[in-house]
Design a protein around this ligand. Structure first.
Ligand code: FAD
Length: 284
């Protein structure tokens, strides 16, 4: 089986999410065990925006770090949390030997009242980054957006706030997923020009089913280039072909990134080890 240790020029990381239902913990562990066999730089574990499921993030990240001996990155959102809650969460990360956190603002949960929203203790991810830096010895990663965050008026504004995260001590970034590499290259050029010199993991999501694309686009805001929408149209009633074409699309994207000197890639695995494996084999 191909793993990444054979080629130390590439740095691949994976994202997983905790089980949505209580009884599925063991299944999630099996999935993550399989993914870990590909020897990634790290595995990151998502976190609910309002702090929901935070225990599961901790459990899964702890398993990755302490049982699988792979670096775990715990995502942490602050939009629905008080300083006291974030403090406790970071203490728990430390207690479980987790030393890397992806510090995020998160999106407003649907059930969050205006009253709670208006008096939230953290406004932006940068407030969370500062709070963690002031109180804990944790490495912090930040999020960034090759096609601009949907709330930012301009890319210039968005990059200014990305730089602010770096200045506050973020050690690296993971990008939002994108399907067109040109966006990423242009984004990196602009980021480097304003002094963002931290490493940036390029976010790649394999689209292996027609159904997945709608959810992905509405959650990420990423644009779908014609070559991908053509594939989706061609294979709309051929799920097996769509599955293969989606993996191939990601392989091509990653090969092009590597060829252009982007050596850090973050794969949104959607908890599908077989997809992650096929991509790793395809980029060797
Ligand atoms: P911020 O950096 O705070 O940016 C949000 C907006 O505010 C941007 O438009 C920015 O330009 C603007 N802004 C930033 N700082 C300032 C400032 N000082 N003044 C004025 N404007 C400012 N969500 C989850 O719920 N759980 C997860 O596990 C999760 N994982 C993610 C992983 C990655 C790699 C990425 C890219 C996103 C993830 N998200 C997750 C989604 C994320 O929570 C949303 O994209 C959210 O809308 C923004 O989070 P942020 O940390 O980038 O926010």
């Amino acid at each position: 089986m191909s793993t990444l240790s054979q080629d130390n020029k590439k740095h691949i990381s994976f994202e997983v999410f905790p089980p949505k239902k209580e009884g599925n913990f063991l299944t999630a562990i099996e999935v993550i065990k399989e993914i870990s066999k590909l020897s990634p730089d790290f595995i990151s574990v998502t976190y609910g925006a309002g702090g929901s499921q935070s225990k599961k993030t901790l459990e899964i990240a702890s398993y990755i770090e302490n049982e699988l001996h792979i670096t775990a990155v715990a995502h942490l959102t602050c939009i629905g949390s008080t300083k006291e809650e974030i403090y406790k969460q970071c203490e728990e990360f430390k207690e479980h030997n987790i030393s890397k956190v992806l510090a995020l603002r998160g999106d407003r949960p649907k059930d969050m009242t205006d009253e709670r929203y208006n008096c939230r203790e953290f406004i932006y991810a940068s407030d969370l980054i500062k709070f963690i830096k002031d109180n804990f010895d944790l490495s912090i990663i930040g999020a960034c957006y090759p096609e601009k965050h949907f709330e930012a008026l301009t890319m210039v504004d968005d990059l200014k706030y990305m730089k602010q995260k770096q200045d506050l001590g973020v050690e690296s970034f993971i990008s939002q997923l994108f399907f067109e590499n040109t966006y990423f290259y242009n984004f990196m050029e602009k980021a480097r020009k304003i002094g963002i010199n931290s490493s940036v993991y390029a976010g790649i999501m394999p689209v292996t089913s027609v159904k997945q694309i709608g959810t992905t686009v509405s959650l990420s805001g990423s644009s779908v280039p014609k070559k991908l929408s053509d594939l989706i149209a061609r294979y709309s009633d051929k799920p097996n072909d769509m599955y293969k074409a989606g993996i191939d699309y990601s392989i091509h994207q990653i090969r092009d990134l590597l060829k252009n000197g982007i050596e850090k890639i973050h794969i949104y695995t959607m908890n599908k080890p077989e997809v992650a494996r096929a991509i790793i084999e395809g980029i060797q």
